[in-house]
Design a binder for this molecule. Structure first.
Ligand code: PEP
Ligand code: MG
Length: 323
């Protein structure tokens, strides 16, 4: 098994038909980028920037953030690095920010909502990311989008920064892309609208499953409902990918489910273009992807989408899985 996986080192990620997809990594620190390279990741699909803030006793300055983003970007040597702007609130607290206690933190002041409400600190982060774009292929990703106004607001801030950098002669990538995480039912339902203005999508199945199923992702009592294979979640994923494809933008997935051998054939059938996984799962995912043709994946997806409950869907995917 291990030797079979080694055979995929240094190879492109292709389906059985030879269609290429991108296989990226999820990371939390610049050092993890080294791991992504060692594990043969083709880029960074999710750099969870909150760890920079959580492993600190003060708000990281623009230069401190710039140094971290630049380090990760340089390690990746020109491969794409998708940096997600601060995703705090919910279950992630940062003591020095003195955030208010909330009754429903997962439905509260978190992620892009918090960032747009604290524009000065958000501008510091965005400036640091845009500066790092001079050193490789950096992209900006917005967490927990629920309406198009949030995307427009962030894009406006980025434009403001570009103008400022032009005036000051600060280097950056003029084509820097701004994309949305699609991880709320709201974003999924307006994926066609968002796709007109976003440069790319990345599906966050961890939160998408939590919010679609109305299940706290950390509550053991309702964990039996927390499944990406619920028909509601699968329909949502299918819709997001279709909307992205219709608009001609790339659609990735950076939730844990992207590496699930049972989900991979469905993602191939729906037309996902980028998988972002934990570095240690790169070769496994590449191996699974290589075993599916579009035609076979389509046949399975058709059967799966006709089923009405999670148990039967999981049973069918288990018996069809190729590992
Ligand atoms: C997700 O929600 O699927 C995701 C990738 O983000 P996080 O797990 O950091 O919330
Ligand atoms: Mg999330």
């Amino acid at each position: 098994k291990q030797s079979e996986l080694k055979g995929f080192l240094g190879k492109e990620t292709k389906t059985l038909d030879g269609d290429t997809v991108e296989l990226f990594c999820n990371i939390g620190t610049p050092k993890d980028a080294k791991k992504a390279i060692e594990c043969d990741g083709e880029g960074i699909g999710l750099f969870r920037s909150e760890f920079l803030f959580m492993d600190n006793n003060h708000m990281p300055t623009e230069d401190e953030q710039f140094a971290a983003y630049k380090e990760a970007t340089e390690i990746m040597g020109g491969k794409p690095v998708i940096i997600r702007t601060l995703d705090i609130g919910g279950d992630k607290d940062i003591p020095y920010l003195n955030m208010k206690k909330e009754e429903n933190p997962f439905l509260g002041y978190r992620a892009v909502r918090y960032c747009l409400g604290n524009k000065d600190s958000y501008m510091i982060q965005l400036r640091a990311i845009v500066r790092a774009s001079a050193f490789g292929k950096v992209k900006i990703m917005i967490p927990l989008v629920t309406c198009v106004d949030e995307l427009r607001a962030v894009k406006e801030l980025v434009e403001e920064i570009k103008k400022d950098f032009d005036e000051q002669g600060i280097a950056y990538d003029k084509d820097i892309e701004v994309g949305c995480m699609i991880e709320t039912p709201a974003a999924s339902l307006i994926a066609d609208i968002l796709a007109k203005e976003a440069d790319f999508f990345s599906i966050g199945t961890n939160d998408l499953t939590q919010y679609t199923m109305s299940v706290d992702r950390g509550n053991a009592d309702v964990a039996y409902l927390y499944s990406t294979f619920q028909p509601s979640v699968l329909r949502s994923i299918k819709n997001i990918i279709e909307c992205g494809r219709k608009a001609g933008i790339p659609v990735g997935m950076c939730g844990e489910a992207a590496a699930d051998p049972m989900l991979i054939p469905l993602l191939i059938s729906f037309g996902l273009t980028e998988f972002s996984v934990n570095p240690v799962l790169v070769l496994t995912a590449r191996c699974v992807i290589s075993k599916w043709s579009k035609e076979e994946a389509d046949k399975l997806a058709e059967k799966v989408m006709a089923l009405d409950n999670e148990k039967e869907i999981v049973a069918l995917l288990k018996e069809s899985a190729k590992e």
